[in-house]
Write a new protein. Structure first.
Length: 202
């Protein structure tokens, strides 16, 4: 994703004259890297803020573990695992753009694409499995907190912009480093994904 310039207004209060994808700050070693650098920034650009993704950047995310979770949900519902996974993936963009009132409603929708309608109690149990997975995932390493503090101590504003299911904003108040983040934008709340530049204008 690299570096890009923007005149992005967040909440009418923050003005970002340059943003960059901050995976570079959270490399495997989580070593803090000083920016700006003449090698990557024009001389006339001043960084005032950093936008982070959430999953796979501030918190670890395993696609394999997630596929195992979803496949297990299909099994528990008596549905073919592979087809349930495929239907889940196909419908997922709608969930992260807020088309469903809850993950529970999303599960009912996915099951319905395979034929049978599942009962509300089963959908609730599967939604709770999904919520627990999300809760476990939202655990940043200690090095993430120290990196965010160093950025904040340098006077930089910090934002998170993420594609996510409804559990993410619900669990956000309990996210250990959320007090270090000035702005959080969730695709399921603003009904727009990161594929669109509109999400950066929320």
């Amino acid at each position: 994703m690299g570096i890009y310039q923007s005149g992005l207004g967040l909440g009418g209060e923050l003005r970002w004259t340059a943003d960059f994808h901050a995976r570079r700050l959270l490399a495997t070693s989580h070593k803090f890297i000083d920016y700006p650098s003449e090698a990557i920034l024009p001389h006339n650009v001043q960084i005032r803020g950093v936008i982070f993704d959430l999953y796979g950047t501030l918190v670890p995310f395993s696609p394999e573990a997630y596929a195992k979770l979803v496949g297990g949900m299909g099994d528990a519902l008596g549905l073919p695992k592979t087809r349930f996974l495929q239907s889940w993936g196909k419908a997922w963009p709608k969930l992260e753009k807020g088309a469903f009132s809850s993950t529970e409603a999303f599960i009912v929708h996915v099951a319905k694409t395979l034929g049978p309608r599942i009962d509300a109690a089963a959908a609730h149990r599967m939604a709770e499995r999904h919520r627990r997975f999300q809760q476990k995932t939202l655990r940043p390493a200690a090095s993430v907190a120290s990196t965010l503090r160093r950025l904040r101590d340098r006077g930089l504003k910090i934002a998170v912009v993420t594609n996510c299911p409804p559990e993410t904003p619900a669990l956000w108040p309990h996210f250990k480093v959320q007090n270090l983040i000035s702005v959080a934008v969730f695709s399921c709340v603003d009904k727009v994904s990161k594929k669109s530049s509109r999400i950066y204008q929320q």
